[in-house]
Structures are given as C-alpha cells and as structure tokens.
Design a protein around this ligand. Structure first.
Ligand code: 6PG
Length: 253
C-alpha cells in the first residue's frame, strides 16, 4: 500500500472527531503563541464536520474569546439567505460557541460586491498590521488555519477550473461574476492568501470526489492541473482529511 504523509482516510464519524481534535490543538497552540487564533472557513459540507467542536470537551476547553473567524469565499447573497456561507457557518457552528461577535469577520452584504471584496481585503490588511492575523515572509496574511473543501471538479474556495482568477497574484480577495457553479457572483480569497497559511485542512468526502482526489494526489500522467493542486502552503502544512468514498481510487497498485 502506498502511504501519504499528509493524507488521512476516515469513516465520516471519525473524520469529524479527528478534525475537531486537530482544530482544538491548533487553537491551543496559536492562542498560547500569539494570543489569537485566526480561522478561515469555507462553505459546503465542511461546516457539519466542525460540529464536534460545539460539544464536550471542546466547547469548554477551547478559548473561544481568542478566535477570529473569516470566510475563504462567499456567495453574493444576503447574509440571511440559505445560500450564504456565513449563514451556513453561523447556524451550524458559530452561533453555538461564545466567539466575540466583533471577531466574526463576515463579508459585507450591503455593498456592491466588487466593493465588498476590496473592503474585506482592507480589513485583512488592517488585521495584519495590528498582528491579529500573522504575516508571511512575503507580507501576506498568514492564517493560523484555513479550512477548505473541494468540489468534484477540483475547485477550492471559489477558484474554478480554467478561471483567470487561478493566476491572480495581486489581489488578496476578489469578486467574480462568472462562477460555473451557482450562484455566479462570488467573493473569494486568491491562491497567494491560501498558500500563505500556517495550516491548511482539506476536507473532502464522498465518492463523487474520488476522481479529483486521485488526479490531485496520484495521477502522474495527467494533462490538466486542477485548482486544488495549486494549494501548497509555502511556509505551512497541508493535511487532507478524506472519507473512504473520496479515497476510493487511491492506494491501488
Ligand atoms: C460553493 C460551495 C463549494 C463547496 C465545495 C465542496 O460555494 O458552491 O461552498 O465551494 O465548498 O463544492 O462542497 P461539499 O463539501 O459540500 O461537497
């Protein structure tokens, strides 16, 4: 059997247990080292794998007052819309833990979306300057933990196959109005920000993702590069959390 240093395969139940354990460890480490823990959330099924954090022992042992929460990407919809990544995270997780409301940095849904993207980038710059968010060697925001999911097409954040934003190297946060997945208008972190992170957790479940997982991790003769393959933290760690379905094409000789 082949093994990968940074890939673990779990049942869905154990994936949630392991993810919660790792998030809690990172929370303790960064709270001690920096006095803050900065976490960037994606949408999708990821949020339900964080739910163990709402229960014992983590609910009591995590110092939630040190958490600062951000969004990797957001759909351009009102915050109370069922499609909103903010709403998904708030209903499923954030509203159940005592994170100070001022430490929850949602993307402004009252502005025109290109302006909201710029304002979010300005917020990140301010928090880098004040050292709430750490800084990478090249001056980018270095999130303590970036939580990513992956679509069956290999997209991460709102960075889709073939899209020009895959190569964005100036903006930290960008608006796009041509997402191939609904809704078409979105705001997203770019790869420079994703790859400046201290820790990236890639949480991927379901057999529908198995081909993209195989392409990303094992296919040596591929002709296309998936967005997920651009995830490569240059001074941090990447860990894949897979369930058996997502891993079903791996480890075959
Ligand atoms: C979106 C989704 C999407 C999602 C991935 C993985 O904005 O359309 O949030 O980007 O994160 O497709 O989602 P699942 O883990 O639910 O499959």
């Amino acid at each position: 059997e082949k093994g990968y240093k940074n890939v673990e395969v779990f049942s869905k139940e154990h994936l949630a247990v392991s993810l919660a354990y790792d998030v809690a460890q990172l929370s303790t480490k960064f709270t001690k080292e920096r006095g803050a823990f900065t976490v960037a959330l994606s949408g999708g099924s990821l949020i339900k794998y964080l739910r163990k954090l709402v229960d014992s022992p983590y609910a009591e042992t995590i110092d939630w007052s040190k958490w600062h929460v951000f969004w990797v990407d957001e759909r351009v919809v009102p915050k109370d819309n069922l499609e909103s990544n903010y709403k998904l995270a708030n209903d499923g997780f954030l509203s159940k833990v005592p994170i100070p409301p001022l430490n929850v940095y949602s993307i402004d849904d009252s502005l025109p979306p290109d302006g909201a993207a710029d304002v979010y980038e300005t917020t990140l710059r301010r928090l880098v300057t004040s050292n709430v968010i750490a800084t990478s060697t090249n001056g980018l925001p270095k999130f303590d933990l970036m939580l990513l999911g992956m679509g069956p097409d290999g997209h991460v954040a709102s960075l889709f196959p073939g899209h020009p934003l895959l190569n964005e190297d100036q903006k930290w946060v960008s608006f796009l109005n041509d997402s191939p997945k609904q809704p078409p208008e979105r705001i997203t972190f770019t790869f420079p920000v994703i790859n400046a992170s201290s820790n990236v957790a890639m949480v991927v479940t379901g057999a529908g993702k198995s081909t993209a997982v195989y392409t990303a991790l094992e296919d040596d003769v591929k002709t296309v590069q998936l967005p997920v393959e651009k995830v490569s933290p240059y001074e941090g760690e990447l860990k894949w959390y897979l369930d058996k379905g997502a891993a079903s094409k791996l480890f075959k000789e």
